[in-house]
Design a protein. Sequence first.
Length: 405
Amino acid sequence: MSEPLPRGVTPDVARGGLPDDLTAGVDFAALDRWPLPTEPDRQAHDAADLLLLDTLAGWIASGHVPGPVAVLEDRHGALTLPLLTAGHDVRIHQDDASAERSLDANLAAWRAAGRLGGETGELERTATPEEAARGARTVLLPLPRSLDELDRLSRIVAAVADPGVVLLAGGRDKHMSPRMNAVLGAAFEDVVAGRGRRKARVLTARGPRPGVTPRPPEEADRDVPGVGRLHLVAHAGTFGGAAADPGSRLLLTSLADDPRPPGRLVDLGCGNGLLSVGAARLWPHVTVLATDQSAVAVASTLATARANRVADRVRAVRDDALTTWPDGTEECVLLNPPFHDGNAVDPSVAHRLVAAAARVLEPGGRLWCVWNSHLRYRPVLEDLVGPTRQTARDRTFTVTVSERR
């Protein structure tokens, strides 16, 4: 199939007025960020989402046959729901469990309000990005904050999509850099930046390079004071890769001095498994229930547990902020909370995790938490969990233990 536009060219959609408009009449304000906290200055869509949809409409108007559209990492449904409304079939993958729940809730709300119309496209969920992108002629991707994550996803698309695939990756100007073009260029022969609109821009990638393959897991040996040497495994896309996060290292050092080791603990936001496996090494009798909203992180934690021969005592599951956990059942929770939601600094993400930990702790149960000292989480911990004391502090991080009242 011939290409509708020559290489080096992308439709100019900055001014709108498209014949196949995917955004006209769509009430984006009706989208909700739930289960994330409501913030007055945060919406469930942004200018990059709208520009991605308009750019796709421009490609369709130029003769591109989209086929089922693969959507990777849609945060709340701002890409998926307009496509379904316009009658396009969508294959979606969301690594983030909270994004999956948000899309489900918004989809149900749109159906109940009659916003989807009569010629609705079919939605297919996939367990991996490979399944979503396999054979796809069109892929939409909100640009991730991490270049490693962009590299992971672009390599997957290049490896499994149709040779004529058009990958549209959109973001806000303030979160973009020329390095993103270079990352896409490692997987695709043609990368073009479209004209900006409302401080957003879309990068179009075409021509998958021959021989591109998905990235293998990153592995590294890390020394942790009080614990010893750990072999960390991080599948591509895991936050922090195979690094030993300095905050988590400080938390493990504090745990080594704890005179009350638990019989079971929960690692909330397990990442590459450093805390889970470190705790299992410290306390040979402990059972660890690790959880993360990211499927990639869960896979990394399990791989790290196997590499350090503690897989019989470390279980990991994908879950959004302990949603599937019953109240008042845990004696100990470990938490190194993030303070970003996507590209935005958002302390409410950490507050939500602290509240979740408080809910699942039994009376007298303890939350061990490490946090950037300038964020001053101690009043939040006192309020949501109970009496809190500091156990360690360095130039950057503070470690506290809070007892459930």
